[in-house]
Structures are given as C-alpha cells and as structure tokens.
Design a protein around this ligand. Structure first.
Ligand SMILES: Cc1cc2nc3c(=O)[nH]c(=O)nc-3n(C[C@H](O)[C@H](O)[C@H](O)COP(=O)(O)OP(=O)(O)OC[C@H]3O[C@@H](n4cnc5c(N)ncnc54)[C@H](O)[C@@H]3O)c2cc1C
Length: 295
C-alpha cells in the first residue's frame, strides 16, 4: 500500500520544528529515521497530514559522556551508538540491546529517540531505558522544557507521555560507576531482526567475592509497556546469584506480566519464554558472565 497524501517540512532548526508542530497540533508528526513511521503510513495505520523532518538537526545528535550520566540527543542514529566504544563503556546495556534492533539497514537510519517515542512494547531501546531509569527531556514551543522518567514515559503500546506539540530532544542515561558491571540482553523472535516475542535484559554489579551490589532488570514483549522490577532487583542485593535465586526471581517477575497473544505466540508461551530468558541471564550475569544463548 501507499501512504495517504501528506505535506512535508524539513526543519531548519529545533525552534523551527517546534513552531511547525505548534501551528499544526494533531495534524503533524515528527519524522526521524522513518523506520517505524513510514511502514505505519504505508499500511495507513498512521495518516499524518504533515511530516516535520528532524533528520538534519545536528543539535539533536549531540552526545555528552559524563561520569554519572550520558546525555544523548534524540536524533542520534542507532548505528552511531552501536559503534561508539566510549559510549559502550558507559552504557553497555544499550549496545547489547541495539544488536537485536532490526537490521544494519534499519539501524543506519533509525534513531534512539524515534525508537523510544514509537514505544513498541517489544522494542529494545524502551526496555533499556526502563531498566536503567533513563530520563526523557521533552520540549514544546508553548510549554518549554520538561523531563519525564522512563517509568512515566511509556504509557501503553505505542503510547507515550510525548504531547502532540512536543519533541523528545534528549535522553539522560544514568551510568553505573565502579568495577564489576555486567550486562545481558537476550530475546526470542520468529526470525533474525524481527520484533521479539519476549526479551529479558539485566545490568548487575558484582563485587570480587561474587556478591551482587546493585541490580536492575526487565522484560519486553510481555505487556503493553516494557517492564522493570526494582523491588525484585533489590532482593538480589547482598547475595550471590545462583541458578535457584535466578529462577525464583524470574518466576516472580514473569508472573506479574500480562502478555498478549497473537499469530506468533500466545500469552502463556510468551510468559514461559520470559521466565526462561530472565533466569538464564540473571544466573550467568550473576556469575559475572554474559548470558550464553537465547532459548
Ligand atoms: C524491517 C524492520 C525491522 C525492525 N525491527 C525492529 C526491532 O527488532 N526492534 C526495534 O526496536 N525496532 C525495530 N524496527 C523499528 C525501527 O527500526 C526503529 O528502531 C524505531 O522504532 C524508529 O526509529 P526512527 O528514528 O526510524 O523513528 P521514526 O519512524 O521516524 O518515528 C517513529 C515515531 O516516533 C516519533 N518520533 C521520532 N522522533 C521523535 C522525537 N525526537 N520526538 C518525538 N517523537 C518522535 C515519530 O513521530 C513517530 O511517531 C524495525 C523496523 C523495520 C523496518
């Protein structure tokens, strides 16, 4: 199918983009990489009357790496993050997740902010943002700037806190400092590059005696939004994470999910996948190793 007719504005700077959005609320949509929006338009699941192109806005592509956080422009291409070795040291979970996002071609165009704003419940960047508790910086012409925590940002399948006239401008990712940070990101999809039927990811900090000092983990594809479980993660602190503990935590987490069914998998199968994936990655990361293989 082909997209319904639409107008197009190539924004010359952020203020220009915000002005156009402000003047065309409910009719306009930002376009970044177009990797999600264009297929949605082609299937007529989205019919914006006006596209506001933010691809040329270098001010949305800056990355600042600080000791305790990384500030990333929303229009940063996924492939640039994937290949940035300094970023990888600060945000290993983000790079682990990016390897599962679509294909090289989609990551060449797709942006980190586009993936977060699109908010597919199976998408990897939203899951990483939820687990790490990233903060989104939104801006509009009328409302100025506001920040929204990932826990408030993702509100339902493809539904976020971004208002009709707002642009996601930056993402602030917390950086875990100190030694012993281990990450793992695993998922199961029908084919390589497809959206996950279920995914699990974790970031742990394990000391030299094998004791867990800090923990965060989550599940994707098993609810309307990516899920994180800070209270269950807290139960791992001060303990060695063996297979039994990993299984116990994974079961408790997956039990809270409300997975949907579709032509690929029913809800209970997704829950089963989530449990297996999560117990595997927690057990291997808990030993200071990255998870070996997905289910
Ligand atoms: C074949 C294929 C496979 C894919 N597989 C995966 C996968 O496995 N995992 C995955 O996560 N994704 C996958 N994707 C989706 C895609 O690659 C991107 O990861 C992402 O979802 C879209 O980023 P984008 O920059 O292209 O956003 P766009 O498509 O340009 O925009 C997506 C949505 O976000 C909004 N938006 C964009 N930027 C902003 C902003 N700065 N502020 C506010 N709103 C904004 C747009 O208005 C639109 O509603 C796949 C896509 C294809 C075509």
């Amino acid at each position: 199918m082909k997209a319904a007719p639409f107008d197009y504005v190539c924004a010359s700077n952020l203020e220009h983009a915000l002005e156009v959005l402000d003047a065309n609320a409910y009719d306009a949509k930002l376009i970044a990489g177009g990797m999600s929006l264009v297929p949605m338009m082609a299937m007529r699941l989205a019919r914006p009357a006006l596209l506001v192109d933010i691809n040329r806005l270098d001010e949305l592509k800056n990355i600042r790496i600080e000791a305790d956080k990384v500030i990333m422009g929303a229009a940063t291409r996924q492939r640039n993050v994937e290949f940035d070795t300094e970023l990888h040291k600060s945000l290993p979970l983000v790079r682990d997740g990016l390897k599962w996002v679509g294909h090289v071609q989609t990551r060449n165009r797709g942006t980190i902010g586009g993936s977060l704003a699109h908010a597919d419940p199976s998408a990897e960047m939203p899951l990483a943002a939820r687990i790490l508790d990233a903060t989104m910086r939104l801006r509009s012409k009328a409302g100025g700037e506001r920040t929204v925590a990932a826990s408030e940002f993702f509100q339902g399948p493809m539904f976020t806190a971004v208002g009709e006239t707002e642009c996601l401008v930056e993402i602030e990712w917390p950086v875990w400092q100190g030694p012993g940070v281990v990450t793992a990101f695993e998922e199961v999809a029908m084919r390589n590059g497809d959206f996950a039927m279920a995914s699990a990811a974790c970031q742990l900090q394990i000391d030299s005696s094998g004791i867990c000092q800090r923990a965060a983990f989550g599940l994707g594809g098993v609810d309307g939004t990516p899920l994180a479980f800070p209270d269950l993660a807290q139960q791992m602190i001060g303990r060695k994470i063996d297979e039994n503990l990993a299984k116990e935590i994974a079961h408790a987490a997956a039990k809270r999910a409300e997975p949907g069914s579709d032509m690929h998998a029913d809800g209970e199968f997704r829950r089963h996948l989530a449990t297996v994936l999560l117990s595997r990655i927690l057990a291997s990361a808990g030993q200071g190793q990255r998870a070996a293989l997905a289910a």
